[in-house]
Structure formats: C-alpha cells, structure tokens
Design a protein around this ligand. Sequence first.
Ligand code: PLP
Length: 409
Amino acid sequence: MPKYTQELLDEAKKHLLKTYRQPDFILARGAGCRLWDTAGREYLDLYGGIAVSALGHGHPALVAAIASQAAQLIHTANYFYNEPNAKLSAKLCELAKMDRVFFTNSGTEAIEGAIKLSRRFHHAKGDVHRQGLVATFNAFHGRSMGAVSLTGQPKYWEGFGAPIPGVSHVAYGDLAAMERRLNDQTAAVFVEPIQGEGGVLPAPAGYLAGLRALCDRVGALLVFDEIQTGIARTGAFMAWHHDGVQPDLLCSAKGIAGGVPMGALLTTEKFAEALPVGAHGTTFGGNALASAAALAVLETIERDGLIAHAKAMGEHLLGSLAKLVEKHPSVAVAARGRGLLCGLELDKQVDVRAVLDALRARGVLVSSAGTSVVRFAPPLIVTARELDEGTAALDAVLAEFASQREVKS
Ligand SMILES: *Cc1c(COP(=O)(O)O)cnc(C)c1O
C-alpha cells in the first residue's frame, strides 16, 4: 500500500467514530461511472453513493453550476430568498407534481418535517391529540429520534431509549393490518413505494392506492418516503407517478442535488398552512449553493431524457440479474426492482458482505440492502456496457461461491 494511503487510513482510524465498516482504501476522484482510489486503482460505480450520484461523477453541467454559484453566492440563510432556490422550487414542484416545498439538508430532516407538518395540521384544526404515526416493519426512514422511531427495524433503535410517542408499525404490503391499525388518532401513514434499505422490496400491486383510500377514510395524511426511489431512479420522476397515487406529503433527498447535501419535503396546497411562519426552519436548507446543484441535476435529467434512460437501463439490468438467478440457483434466489434500483437476493447461507468484497476485488462497487440482497443504484447516466461489465463480474463471483458451496456439501 502506498505510504500516502496508509497515512490517511491511520488518521481516519484514529479520529473518526467507528460508525461505519470501511475497507482499507480511499476514493479520491471520479468521472462518469468510474472512481479511482489514492493508489490509482479504478472502480466501476454501480451503487452511486447510495442512489445519490444521479449524474455520475464530474458531470460538466453539475460542476459548472456549483463552481459558478460558489463564486457568486453560497449562503444567505432563509431570512432572505435566493435566486437558484426560487427557480428550483418551481422546477421541483413541476417535475414532482406537488405544489409546495420545504428544503432540508438530508432525507432524515425531510421525514422530521413530515412528522411535524402532519401533527401540526391536525392540531391547527383543533384535533390536538391526533398524533399517531403508522409506518411499516422493515422500513427505513432515517436516524434522528423521530425518523428512527418510524424506521421499522429494531436493530436501529437499540440502546437509544424510548421511541417518540405515538409510533407503531404494521407489515409492509398488508392493507388489512393497516386498516385495523388506523383510527381517529392517526395523524399520518409513512411508506416507501419500494422498501430500499429493507431489501429492494416493491409494494404489491394496489397497495399504494389502498393506503390512499384508508387514509382518506380516517383523515390521516399519506406520506411517501421517496428519498431513495425519487429523482428519476425508478424510471419515473417519482415512483408514485407510475400508478398515479398522490401522497399528501412527499419526502425526497439522495439524488436531488447529485451529491451536494439536500432534501425536500413537498406537499399540496391543502396542507400549505400547516407550518406557518416560525413553526419550522433550518439554517442551511435550500441555500444557494445546494439549490444551484439541484437545479442543474433536474435540468440535466429533463434535457438528457434520463427518466426514459433509467427505465430502459433498469429493464436491461433486471434482465441480466434474472439470468444470474437462472444460472446460479444455489446462491441467487430472486431478482427484483424498478428502473435503476434493483436487487439480487442471495440464498440465506451466502454472506452478502463476502460477495461485495469479491466484487470490489474485481473493481466493481455495489452495496447491500436487507440481510441478503446485492443492491444496484448506479448513476442515471450508466450505459448498458457498464451494467454488463458489472453483471459479468457478479456472474463470475456467484460461480465461485456456487462451486465453494458444492465442495462443502
Ligand atoms: C437514505 C434514506 C433515508 C435517510 O436519508 P438521509 O439523507 O441519510 O438522512 C430515509 N428514507 C429512505 C427511504 C432512505 O433511503
């Protein structure tokens, strides 16, 4: 290992909190879907910084927008309007098919905003005790105390004390369970159109429409967490556009500004008065620099037809993953997903981390989801050839794991 890389690793290991399991290399540079580490080794990026690097690395439109905005004006705080944020608010609402937006710095903060807006909406109508929040098991909504309370996986709660009051969970995809849980104390229902972190699990057909009807019946807000599925990821600008079931609140983040930290809470006119002046706020959210980056991402998605591209590339990728399931049935059990959010579920006996390590050794970076799913969330600009390079490496890795299993049994 080069001395410089070793020095950096020593610093990081000595000073960073140990919240992540990070392998011994340091990414330093990127272009398109390629990354290079400090030792000069090249990698194919098929995880996209967890569905964040929508335009890939070093995209000229994004780089130019950030550079020129940085020179012009980075930040004013929300005491004042800023130019790129005004334009972004219109463009995002148009593409997302929502009316109004509150900008944040992360997905978690968009979820927190949705919790506060939904409770405050009922409170303002005099329904002061309507504070119940229902989410689904296996969901992921973030890590703050509010968002982690909604996150339906006990491993994320452990040791942090009581969740925020009024939160409960039901099985994902189970409308009957949701119907039993909802009542006149339910403020809002939170759901991902595809459970991303939970293992790339798409909602069953009719589930979102069923939730819409249930929420309307009891007067609860329907919140879609599209932090991972939004911004063209699934081959529609928002995943809900596929079947037209509109939420009351929509949380976005990840790909929205191509890697510059940003999130957004969107809503319809009906709920616009729920957070009046002073009721909610943020210092950084929607600042000029992040807004200019997001505007460049959204304009590039439109101009370059990246929604249709994500759909076509996603079909190509899912086809390749389905072939791997046929070819390696002892290690790969299912392929699923939509657009460029796809997962290959491995047999429970296979260590998904070992598969990621083996892929990395072949120069391909992907991530895992759930306990046994290899997740692909590449930049939206990915080409069929790049996807084929990644699935060929996965083919070789699965062949190795399959033959090891035969030797053992
Ligand atoms: C990543 C993610 C979050 C949390 O977003 P952060 O930006 O990490 O705070 C919430 N919900 C979903 C579905 C996510 O994928």
